[in-house]
Design a protein around this ligand. Structure first.
Ligand code: PCA
Length: 323
């Protein structure tokens, strides 16, 4: 018995006759110019070329096929067979999905990669239990704070409307006395322009992609965490592929993880200088602000560990053992 409704034609082709061309639409939540989307487009081309066109993967960035928050369900139910999503957006389903958004647990690219290595076995199993096969994952640049005024302490953040993108960012807002409003990246330019939101935690990359200098004035480097996007396949579709197709996809996924990581590293400096060039004040958070945020980090780490139970503890211990 199949758990999900997969287009019968797609599965039949994949299982019975790999020689016949098959097309997988790949919904992605972030804009086409974003480095994750560029990495995804190269991954899609790699698979299409590598399989000699037997399996054509076609990316649909910017939430054009399914919006960010619809993508996981779409792939689980077989409305799309492959997709990309912000991993921590599913933290409300299981705390493990929020492993990459614990403030100050992993604050560099090197540590973010180690944390991912530590989390991968549990993450793969969790996704498998939801009918998804994990392919690859790429980190966003370090997270900092955007405002439309100078902010030197948590007291300066009181009452601000704060755009959140997952449970952790909403919790951070709450701890700082701000008002969290969950908004997808595709919609933030408008949210800032209309005053629906007036600050956020994110990377230089998203600020640059969404031209936030049109509404916001300050970016404070905090390096709070490096959240990840991940690419996943409907398990039935994956199981229906022959070994050679799977090998090619795995090879393309490894290349994408590597290329995506380097893009993310290089994009960090570039995007911060672009924010400054476009008139924003870009600087490290002051000692007081950084110290207060670290206190929130301690609270949020304890909360996460309590929620994530033994699985969470296993992953964090494995990560710490790599230090
Ligand atoms: N950009 C994404 C997630 C993390 C990031 O840097 C966003 O703001 O939605």
């Amino acid at each position: 018995m199949r758990k999900f409704a997969i287009p019968a034609s797609a599965l039949a082709i994949a299982m019975v006759s790999p020689a016949l061309a098959e097309k997988w639409d790949m919904p992605m939540g972030y804009s086409g110019t974003n480095f994750h989307s560029q990495t995804g487009a190269e991954f899609a081309e790699c698979v299409t070329t590598g399989t000699g066109g037997d399996l054509e993967v076609v990316t649909h960035p910017g939430g054009s096929l399914f919006k960010g928050n619809e993508i996981k369900r779409a792939v689980q139910t077989g409305q799309a067979l492959i997709g990309e999503r912000l991993l921590s957006a599913h933290q409300n389903e299981d705390p493990l999905f929020g492993i990459d958004s614990i403030p100050f647990l992993a604050t560099s690219f090197e540590d973010a990669e180690k944390l991912w290595e530590a989390a991968k076995p549990e993450m793969t199993a969790l996704l498998q239990s939801q009918g998804l096969h994990l392919l690859y994952s790429v980190p966003w640049p370090p997270q900092g704070l955007y405002f439309k005024k100078e902010v030197n302490s948590v007291a300066d953040m009181e009452g601000i409307k704060f755009r959140s993108y997952n449970t952790a960012t909403a919790r951070l807002a709450e701890l700082a006395g701000m008002i969290p409003i969950q908004i997808e990246a595709a919609e933030i330019s408008q949210a800032f322009a209309t005053g629906v939101a007036e600050s956020m935690v994110s990377s230089g990359s998203t600020g640059y992609d969404r031209k936030v200098w049109e509404s916001l004035t300050h970016f404070y480097e905090v390096d709070a965490w490096l959240p990840r996007n991940y690419v996943f396949v409907n398990s039935d579709a994956w199981n229906g592929l022959d070994d050679s197709a799977r090998n090619i996809i795995n090879g393309c996924a490894d290349l994408a993880a590597y290329a995506g990581l380097w893009r993310s590293i290089q994009y960090t400096g570039f995007t911060l200088s672009e924010l400054a060039k476009n008139g924003m004040t870009v600087q490290r958070a002051g000692d007081q602000l950084q110290g207060e945020l670290r206190e929130f980090g301690v609270i949020m780490t304890d909360e996460w560990l309590e929620n994530a139970g033994d699985t969470g503890r296993t992953v964090v211990d494995a990560f710490r053992a790599m230090q």
